[in-house]
Design a binder for this molecule. Structure first.
Ligand code: GLU
Length: 307
């Protein structure tokens, strides 16, 4: 049934009921040792309105490792300051895994999009150049927008990733070899893994991403970026944000979204709201099984998608 003006809380409660059978399916990420310890059967979902109201179900206030969801915030901050960034990073989807080296060689060090690890390394490099401290800038942004000043970088998760980041180091060296990094590889890697290690709740993420649903306005009403840039960012999320299953995600729930291997997904209903769902059991592409199911249920129950 299509709901025209939904009671958000009721819809989220129904979505939670819908996905109960699949919570716990999938496997937790093992590439980062600290994430391999998380229980795959956890689940939370939050919805934030542009005005800052929050609704939630399950463990929507529990912090989790946002991992690649951070790519949306860091790229947003760079785009807001420098729309020439598109010369250093493309906006085409990739059918290869998020940490693949293959296309980077072929495209001479220009990552195919900002949501692959290669793209996020160039983003971290640019944000560092713009601000002097990409992590501090990002932390300040998500704390300010979410209103939660206890958001932290989980240093144990960052250290755990840094201790085993040969593939990201290989990507960064290849990018540097093609002249697309301004800072030393080890500095960019440290900044990148720290960003991925942000610990935030579904409520925090949904609130912090409101500029995507709000035409580029920050929570205080000031402009982060023009509507045309938000359109481009949301479009890039739609075609590139769900690893190599962006087509499947568009087919199932039809919203711009970004996934992280911590099991989180942020999804945008332009002009209406932002959703964040978290459940650590992942499918073979790295997307949360229950998370995708929840977004599909939300879209079906509300009739909302960008299509
Ligand atoms: N820090 C993770 C990595 O670089 C992020 C992966 C992800 O969430 O997509 O592998």
């Amino acid at each position: 049934m299509v709901v025209i003006e939904p009671s958000y809380q009721r819809v989220l409660d129904e979505v939670y009921d819908d996905v109960l059978p699949v919570i716990g399916q999938g496997v937790v990420a093992t590439s980062i040792h600290a994430l391999a310890q998380v229980d795959p059967a956890r689940f939370g979902i939050a919805l934030a309105t542009p005005a800052g109201e929050v609704f939630g179900a399950g463990e929507f206030q529990a912090p989790f490792s946002i991992q690649s969801i951070a790519k949306v915030f860091s790229f947003g901050l760079v785009l807001a300051a420098d729309d020439q960034i598109w010369k250093r990073i493309g906006h085409e989807p990739s059918a290869d895994p998020y940490n693949s080296l293959v296309q980077l060689e072929r495209h001479r060090g220009i990552p195919r999009n900002p949501f692959l690890n290669a793209g996020a390394l160039v983003t971290a490099d640019r944000l560092l150049g713009l601000t002097g401290d990409a992590v501090a800038e990002l932390l300040g942004f998500v704390r300010g927008e979410s209103g939660n000043h206890s958001v932290i970088v989980d240093r144990a998760v960052a250290a755990s990733e840094l201790a085993n980041c040969h593939r990201n180091a290989a990507l960064a060296h290849l990018i540097a070899d093609f002249g697309n990094l301004d800072h030393p590889v080890h500095v960019v890697l440290e900044q990148y893994v720290a960003q991925c290690a942000l610990a935030m709740s579904c409520a925090d993420v949904a609130l912090a991403a409101r500029f995507l649903a709000n035409g580029g306005l920050r929570s205080n009403g000031s402009r982060l970026m023009p509507p045309a840039d938000v359109k481009r960012l949301n479009a890039t999320m739609l075609v590139c944000g769900m690893y190599d299953r962006a087509g499947e995600a568009a087919y199932r729930f039809g919203l711009p979204a970004k996934s992280g291997i911590g099991g989180g997904i942020v999804a945008v209903v332009p002009g209406r709201c932002v959703l964040c769902v978290w459940s650590p059991g992942l499918d073979a592409s790295g997307n949360s099984v229950a998370g995708v199911a929840a977004l599909e249920s939300f879209s079906a129950r509300t009739g909302w998608s960008v299509f």
